[in-house]
Design a protein around this ligand. Structure first.
Ligand SMILES: [Zn+2]
Length: 224
């Protein structure tokens, strides 16, 4: 795929020296160093989810603060199973989804669905979906107005890319070979969860989503 390769180059250009999208220090290089048990954080689905949330909110807290604003953390970050998710302003949640709810300022996700993506497509799924949903939480706080749903969605992708780019460049996240592909594949494949109920067809094509994600990744969230 031409567009994919192009975008991958863009992302790779910014990532050259990095390791895994997952927390951690560089592996010890010394020949006498024994393999330590990997840190629990960033090594399992649950810990990746928690880490993605933590780092994303830390990024926005700092970014808001630098702009003289105060970031308001989400009130809840809720895992649900299939049909048992929380309502959002009277709208029932649906299975196989993740969403930001502006009414309660919370994020919720179908845990089994997201875990399935994680198993099939790697930890990149978590590091795409969660920062994307937090992107919506940021839009709500900034009172960003959109004419079209697709603008809102693509900006959230851009925010997600910008968040990850900043975390990688800042050393909070390290990428390993294959992570760039994973991020882009997940971005294209994971679909746009929450806004399905608002406007099902307006999340952007895979190419558009990857393009905006790469833009954020390379240029930062201020470019979004
Ligand atoms: Zn969205």
């Amino acid at each position: 795929m031409k567009a994919f390769s192009f975008l991958l180059v863009l992302v790779l250009a910014a990532v050259t020296a990095c390791g895994s999208v997952g927390e951690g220090t560089e592996p010890e290089a010394g020949p006498t160093v024994e393999q330590d048990t990997p840190s629990a954080r960033g090594q399992t689905f649950e810990s990746d989810v928690e880490l993605a949330r933590e780092l994303t909110e830390a990024y926005w807290k700092q970014t808001f603060s630098a702009a003289g604003l105060t970031y308001r953390p989400v009130t809840a970050f809720t895992a649900y199973q299939g049909e048992n998710g929380p309502d959002c302003g009277g709208q029932p949640s649906v299975p196989n989804n993740a969403f930001y709810c502006p009414v309660g300022h919370f994020i919720a996700y179908d845990e089994q669905w997201m875990n399935g993506l994680y198993e099939r497509m790697g930890d990149g799924s978590v590091y795409v979906i969660i920062p994307h949903e937090f992107g919506h939480a940021v839009q709500a706080q900034l009172n960003t107005a959109f004419r079209l749903s697709i603008e809102k969605e693509l900006q959230a992708d851009c925010y997600a890319g910008g968040t990850l780019g900043a975390l990688v460049k800042g050393g909070s996240l390290q990428t390993e070979p294959g992570d760039e592909d994973e991020l882009l594949i997940n971005l294209a494949a994971a679909g746009d969860p929450t806004d399905d109920w608002l406007r099902p067809d307006a999340h952007g094509t895979a190419g558009q989503r990857q393009e905006l994600f790469a833009k954020g990744y390379n240029q930062g969230t201020t470019a979004c």
